[in-house]
Write a protein that binds this ligand. Structure first.
Ligand SMILES: *Cc1c(COP(=O)(O)O)cnc(C)c1O
Length: 421
């Protein structure tokens, strides 16, 4: 039996309806931007394995640092203990985060990082003597799959059976450059009739909503409104963080900085799972007390794992190199050129780009997980490119180290698909 067959026996995959999608592909090797399957077929990883391995798979700088750390300290409890990898990471990160960020809380996946952001917002008000129980979030947002994260997410495909158990969330549309007065009116309405603790949002790009992009000035107006009403702003940068938007963080494109920032995905360059929730000194101060119960009683067994911290530090060092920064600029320019060559194609409804994130909507009707989406996926894979369309949207979020030839091949298969659908 090959791996694909053995897998079927005991494994239940994430986000998978196994009856409709019984086949999984066994990957045996990954290097740079290339995945190799058990039959020796190669695929360009044009979505960086869910936006994680931005410096390439098995990046030798990151793996060598982690290999050395493995000989020194593998894992230790992070309550009451500390270690150099976490300290070095915190120092490096504070230098590149928006200047109002000053404290870093560790966890091990993106959903937990937003869950913690939500808890910080709720407990901040609880601790300062004003119980506020409502949260605001964008329509179509995605913040993860645990209960708090699901509550604030607006994509109902995933949420059906759980909605009765959700937190109290009011939803607002994303700013599109024209609706910003309407949103402010809606916000006034919400704060007049609810006690709002926090606003959670994916800044500039909503990933799971099929790379929906929105207007920075509109978002800025929302953030200003929140600040004026003491609503804690939580930027979910799990996807947009670490260079994707052309700056280290999407929040750096905005004048008003968030109180809390959630990070994961590219944080460790895809080598190990880790997440962080960072915040301002002011948030931290609301938990700092002689009263034990005012602390943030949240922790995960692997919080602050030294190996993950080491991978994250190495990744941040790479992100800051001239080489990676130049690559980011090259990819941004290259996507622009590609966009111009296809935007008038009769099958293309719209194109959009923020930094190295490029998306195009097909002008065809299809279900989010319908047949056509599967056909597109199959076409890409048969032609050696791993792209994962979301509904009728094809998007690219390739590693920063993708070569010119690899990128051209990604564009080529997308062009071909436009002619065969
Ligand atoms: C992926 C993602 C999450 C959830 O992260 P997990 O590590 O998958 O739990 C949360 N928010 C955003 C914006 C994401 O892209």
């Amino acid at each position: 039996m090959n791996l694909q067959e053995r897998d079927k026996k005991h494994i239940w995959h994430p986000l998978t309806q196994h009856k409709l999608h019984p086949e999984t592909l066994a990957i045996t090797k990954a290097k740079g931007c290339v995945l190799t399957d058990e039959n020796g077929n190669e695929y360009i990883d044009a979505i960086a394995s869910w936006y994680t391995c931005m410096y390439g798979h098995c990046n030798t700088y990151i793996t060598s640092k982690v290999t050395a750390q493995m000989q020194q300290l593998d894992q230790v409890v992070f309550s009451g203990f500390t270690h150099e990898p976490a300290i070095k990471l915190s120092e490096a990160l504070i230098k590149i985060l928006p200047e109002n960020q000053n404290k870093i809380f560790f966890s091990d996946n993106g959903s937990s990082s937003t869950e913690i952001g939500i808890k910080m917002a709720l407990q901040y008000h609880f601790n300062t003597g004003e119980k506020r129980n409502t949260l605001i979030a964008f329509e179509d947002g995605f913040h993860g799959d645990t209960f708090g994260a699901m509550s604030v997410s607006g994509l109902s495909v995933y949420n059906g059976p759980f909605e009765d158990f959700f937190l109290d969330v009011k939803r607002i549309p994303v700013p599109n450059g024209e609706n910003h007065q309407d949103i402010l009116t809606l916000l006034k309405d919400i704060v007049n009739t609810n006690k709002v603790a926090g606003f959670i949002y994916e800044p500039l790009v909503q990933g799971a909503a099929a790379m929906k992009m929105h207007d920075a000035s509109g978002l800025n107006a929302i953030l200003k409104f929140c600040k004026a009403h003491n609503i804690i702003t939580v930027a979910d940068e799990v996807m947009t963080g670490f260079g994707k938007t052309g700056k280290y963080f999407a929040s750096l494109h905005l004048e008003t900085k968030p109180d809390v920032i959630c990070l994961s995905k590219a944080l460790t360059g895809g080598l190990l799972p880790m997440a962080l929730t960072t915040c301002t000194q002011e948030i931290y101060n609301a938990f700092y007390s002689d009263d034990l119960s005012k602390g943030l009683f949240h922790g995960h067994t692997y919080s602050g794992n030294p190996l993950a911290c080491t991978a994250a530090l190495a990744s941040i060092e790479l992100l800051q190199t001239q080489e990676i920064q130049d690559n980011i600029k090259t990819i941004i320019a290259s996507h622009k050129t590609f966009g111009n060559t296809i935007k008038k194609h009769p099958k293309v409804k719209a194109i959009r780009q923020t930094g190295i994130i490029f998306a195009l909507d097909l002008d065809v009707k299809m279900e989010r997980y319908g047949n056509l989406r599967d056909k597109l996926f199959k076409h890409f894979m048969e032609n050696g490119v791993f792209l994962r369309p979301l509904g009728n949207t094809i998007y690219i979020q390739a590693p920063y180290v993708i070569t010119k030839a690899q990128l051209q091949k990604v564009y080529q298969v997308i062009k071909e698909v436009l002619d065969v659908i």
